[in-house]
Write a protein that binds this ligand. Structure first.
Ligand SMILES: NC(=O)c1ccc[n+]([C@@H]2O[C@H](COP(=O)([O-])OP(=O)(O)OC[C@H]3O[C@@H](n4cnc5c(N)ncnc54)[C@H](O)[C@@H]3O)[C@@H](O)[C@H]2O)c1
Ligand SMILES: [Zn+2]
Length: 377
């Protein structure tokens, strides 16, 4: 882990994927340099900016100005905010608007927004004219540390989230940390769960650093840049080794099996944001790992304490509304993951920073654990 750089100096993290390699540039007030950075990569290209109405109101004109100052003509496509825009009707509209805007092979899309816009615009870029380039300008913490990096793009099916998509890497990611100043605190906290996740997966020193410095990460400044850069480095390294999730990339799903079940139980609603579900899922995974004797109980309690300190949920009872039963949660876990030869694959931990893929978890153990958690023991 490197020491935080001086404020104001952008940090570049490379995603090493051969010919499809790209940089993630992280720093405050970077949006003004977007046009010159794109022009340097794709001289003469036109652009379509895809954004949601909330983000567009805040940052579309700065983005347009940055492009036009570099001589890049741009059309703007604005969709409603929220997960509902990862749908066939909105996908169709954005594709048609991109084509009507005369965006050809050799031109590009700019995804200006959170994970919803990144996933939607990325999937449009993967399919229009059999694939055009795109640039991610993530505007949520979750998008800056997770969804904008790695090339997974998707919309939702009525059968489930992210079921229609493609792997399509961006050519550049610009993470302007100043854009996060307008993010609602609850959204920032939810994104922070994914930051803590990188410490819990493979970097105990980073987790310890977060325990001491999380307030500065929330406040902004160089600690925020540092946390985002460490997170992006971790994700970039994992993606470079396993782009299509045949192995190690699965570790990035730490906390997500329990998390997805809890999100589904809450109806994918405002009751529980994705990052909140991940925080709760990670607390459960560490408690479950301790129960299996993989790590000492105080280590699991340390995870719970840090997540609770920042204001994230760590107990199922923290989720407002009706509490799901253990059977209901098991049913949802079964929908999310195939039970292979009577066993579930889980990401478990031997310590903070030592997560691993456990392919042999007995569903009965998980059921008993959830029953005890719900009973409050
Ligand atoms: N592709 C991947 O690898 C990957 C990884 C994780 C999550 N995801 C996807 O990401 C999505 C969630 O992303 P998200 O949490 O960023 O949600 P989001 O894109 O819906 O953004 C959350 C809310 O914040 C608003 N917002 C965004 N930036 C803002 C800003 N700077 N100031 C004020 N408001 C702002 C948005 O309008 C929205 O209402 C899900 O669809 C999930 O499936 C994808
Ligand atoms: Zn996640």
């Amino acid at each position: 882990m490197t020491a935080p750089l001086r404020a104001g100096e952008p940090i570049a993290v490379n995603v090493a994927l051969g010919q499809r390699s790209y940089d993630i540039v992280i720093g405050r007030n970077l949006i003004g340099s977007l046009g010159t950075r794109i022009a340097a990569l794709r001289p003469g290209a036109k652009a379509a900016i895809v954004s949601d109405a909330t983000v567009a109101k805040l940052y579309l004109s700065a983005t347009e100005q940055a492009l036009s100052a570099a001589g890049i003509p741009a059309v703007c496509i604005v969709v409603p905010p929220g997960e509902g825009s990862k749908s066939f009707p909105v996908f169709e509209r954005v594709c048609e608007d991109v084509i009507a805007g005369r965006i050809e092979r050799g031109d590009l899309l700019v995804a200006l927004g959170g994970g919803v816009i990144g996933d939607l615009a990325g999937f449009v870029a993967a399919t229009v004219r059999r694939g055009i380039d795109y640039v991610q300008v993530p505007t949520t913490l979750l998008a800056q540390v997770d969804s904008s990096v790695g090339g997974k793009t998707a919309i939702d099916s009525r059968h489930g989230k992210n079921l229609i998509g493609a792997f399509h890497q961006p050519i550049l990611v610009i993470a302007d940390t100043a854009l996060l100043d307008t993010l609602p605190p609850r959204e920032f906290r939810a994104g922070y769960a994914e930051v803590a996740k990188y410490g819990l997966i493979g970097d105990a020193a980073f987790f310890a650093w977060l325990e001491s410095n999380w307030r500065q990460v929330f406040a902004g400044g160089s600690a925020r840049e540092h946390a985002i850069a460490v997170s992006c480095r971790a994700k970039a390294a994992t993606v470079a080794r396993d782009e299509r999730e045949t192995g190690e990339r699965a570790l990035l799903n730490l906390g997500h099996t329990f998390g997805h079940a809890l999100e589904a139980a809450a109806g994918f609603s405002e009751r529980l944001l994705h990052g909140e579900a991940v925080a709760l899922g990670m607390a459960l995974v560490f408690a479950f790992s301790a129960r299996r004797g993989l790590l000492p109980a105080p280590e699991a309690e340390r995870v719970t304490r840090h997540l609770a300190d920042v204001g994230l949920p760590t107990r199922i009872a923290d989720v407002p509304g009706p509490v799901p039963s253990a059977d209901r949660l098991m049913q949802l876990i079964g929908q999310d993951k195939k039970v292979r030869r009577g066993a579930l694959t889980f990401i478990l931990a031997r310590a903070i920073g030592q997560s691993f893929v456990a392919p042999d978890v007995d569903p009965a153990d998980v059921r008993a654990f959830l029953g005890d958690m719900l009973a409050g023991s």
